[in-house]
Design a protein around this ligand. Structure first.
Ligand code: C2E
Ligand code: CA
Ligand code: CA
Ligand code: CA
Length: 279
């Protein structure tokens, strides 16, 4: 038993070394990823529930590593946040998404909104408002066409200065959405005071709808809460027609999910816009 114990200890050490070596390699690669042109932005469509009209897209980052292939943001964003690289990468995503949305509007004549995820590190880094106004000016995108998604945890981290930054962004005409709404720290008191335009209900609340009555009640309560607070509402992770019916029945404004459209390249998204409008 003793020998086995030592053996499993060594295996543990080796796998730890392998993991940290891989992490180090990933970190080094991540430093160069932007310069090497390995980052891409995919776009997932968002629709108005009542009419089925395409209203916008969420910009989702993709990293195409030469050997490993496409890496999910879930696998490298935590590292990018730890190292602070997310500030440069996030700024790039913002510029890219604004340029893309402006280009679509020029080419299709359809004004759509683009939603960009903001890391708490970007909120803390300073000059965020300047960077964003610059991205808007350089791209020619109207501020009302840009939405920023911020998680609840980012907002509660530093409520006072975050609220100030959010207010300044809203003064420019940009809208603010609370991402992953419902899973974090929401309390009525801070939600009432925060300068936000929209809640984005996390997909965990929809995943068991309509099969689980208690989950359905919870999702309905979140929708009702948005109505009460008079903020916009988008449901993410819609995977079935039943879920969409549920959202329609409860008056959820907008929806996004695999059932409606997967994240896709900018080119595919432009084809989707053309397919929506006659002519
Ligand atoms: P998120 O902001 O909650 O984004 C939604 C995630 O759910 C996306 O995963 C999307 O592809 C996925 N999704 C969409 N519809 C469905 C569905 O019907 N079913 C299921 N099961 N999943 C669905 P993705 O693209 O892998 O992004 C993961 C997370 O990475 C995002 O979660 C966001 O927190 C982060 N992220 C992505 N892009 C950026 C970025 O540019 N900046 C920052 N800071 N974070 C980003
Ligand atoms: Ca998001
Ligand atoms: Ca989300
Ligand atoms: Ca989520």
């Amino acid at each position: 038993a003793k020998a086995q114990g030592r053996n499993s200890m060594r295996m543990f050490d080796e796998s730890m070394t392998r993991d940290s070596a891989e992490r180090l390699r990933m970190e080094n690669d991540l430093h160069e990823a932007l310069e090497r042109n390995e980052m891409r932005v995919f776009y997932q469509p968002q629709f108005e529930v009542a009419t089925g009209r395409l209203v916008g897209a969420e910009a989702l980052l993709r990293w195409c590593r030469p050997v490993q292939g496409m890496v999910s943001p879930a696998d490298f964003i935590p590292l990018a946040e730890d190292t602070g690289l997310i500030v440069a990468i996030g700024a790039w995503v913002l510029r890219e998404a604004c340029e893309q949305a402006s280009e679509w509007e020029t080419r299709t004549g359809v004004p759509l909104r683009v939603a960009v995820n903001l890391s708490p590190r970007q909120l803390e880094a300073g000059h965020l408002v300047d960077h964003i106004s610059h991205a808007l000016q350089a791209s020619g995108l109207a501020p009302s066409r840009l939405e920023l998604e911020i998680t609840e945890s980012a907002i509660v981290r530093d409520t006072l200065s975050t609220a100030e930054v959010l207010s300044r962004l809203r003064a420019l005409g940009i809208s603010i959405a609370i991402d992953d709404f419902g899973v974090g720290y929401s309390s009525m008191s801070y939600l009432r005071e925060l300068p936000v335009d929209k809640f984005k209900i996390d997909r965990v609340f929809l995943s068991a709808v309509p099969s689980s009555a208690s989950d359905a009640r919870l999702a309905a309560a979140l929708i009702a809460m948005a109505h009460t607070l008079q903020v916009g509402l988008v449901a993410e992770g819609v995977e079935t027609s039943e879920q969409l019916d549920f959202l329609r029945a409860h008056g959820c404004h907008e929806a996004q999910g695999y059932y409606l459209g997967r994240p896709m390249t900018a080119q595919d998204f432009e084809a989707l816009i053309h397919a929506q409008v006659p002519g």
